[in-house]
Design a protein around this ligand. Structure first.
Ligand code: 13P
Length: 256
């Protein structure tokens, strides 16, 4: 029996005005959530972090940045530092999202630097990996996942040490925002592969403790099946996290 508490994490991406964000946060706040059964996290845009921090104070709902620079400060126009995220109320940070990798040319090498900086600053990284449709069709999924893990967590692998609080998110690129979800079995196959990789590199305690989230067209009607897989420990949700009803019913997967 798995003893990892499921985590439902909302990645708002570049969406919602302050007023819309306030409505959504108040909606989530007023929902009845059994925090013994699920952890909840929201990752709003930077300019909404402070509002989220104020509105969610005392609720137990976690807050994440969507990206971060690895340096602590300096001449890096447009970037944000680990400490700035912490000051804005974040305990977590999403790193290496496929949109960062494809649209903004982030590499696993820079993701590794960011992971190190996050851990150093006391932020919990949510490290995203996933294959494209072409890579899946070419039967390269496991090679790609292994390479992304090896490179994005290179320093931790060298040290043989990864904090057990670190979170991995498997997001097949072809399933993001497309309405195409990986079947629960397809997702589980990759999650099991990631679990084995974690155990090989960091030992069974860490490997069995780290949560692996699934992301890509997660909705109220597919969350139950996904979360029933032994190595799927929650979800990273885009579109369906922008509406109170759909996000709350994903959070309350245990109801149905
Ligand atoms: P969608 O849920 O909109 O497919 O987005 C998934 C995602 O990229 C979460 O990080």
């Amino acid at each position: 029996m798995r003893n990892r508490k499921p985590l439902m994490a909302a990645n708002w991406k570049m969406n919602l005005s302050l007023d819309e964000a306030r409505d959504l946060l108040n909606g989530i706040k007023s929902a009845t959530i059994d925090f013994n059964r699920v952890d909840v996290l929201v990752a709003p845009p930077f300019t909404t972090l402070r509002l989220a921090h104020e509105l969610l104070a005392g609720t137990g709902i976690l807050i994440a940045g969507q990206n971060m620079h690895w340096e602590s400060g300096g001449a890096f126009t447009g970037e944000i530092s680990p400490l700035m995220l912490k000051e804005a109320g974040c305990g977590h940070v999403i790193l290496g999202h496929s949109e960062r990798r494809t649209l903004f040319f982030e590499t696993s090498e820079t993701v590794n630097q960011k992971v190190d900086a996050a851990i150093e600053a006391g932020l919990i990284p949510i490290v995203c990996i996933g294959e494209t449709l072409k890579q899946r069709e070419d039967k390269k999924t496991f090679d790609i996942i292994k390479t992304q893990l090896d490179e994005s967590l290179e320093t931790s692998c060298k040290n043989g040490n990864l904090p057990q609080s670190v979170i991995i998110a498997y997001e097949p690129v072809w399933a993001i925002g497309t309405g195409k979800t990986a079947t629960p079995e397809m997702a589980q196959e990759v999650h099991r592969f990631i679990r084995r990789w974690l155990i090989e590199n960091f030992g069974p305690n860490t490997g069995e403790t780290i949560r692996i989230l699934y992301g890509g067209s997660v909705k109220p009607d597919n969350i139950k099946e996904l979360i029933s897989q032994p190595d799927i420990d929650g979800a990273l949700i885009g579109g369906a996290s922008l509406k109170t009803d759909s996000f709350v019913s994903i959070i309350r997967f245990y109801d149905s």
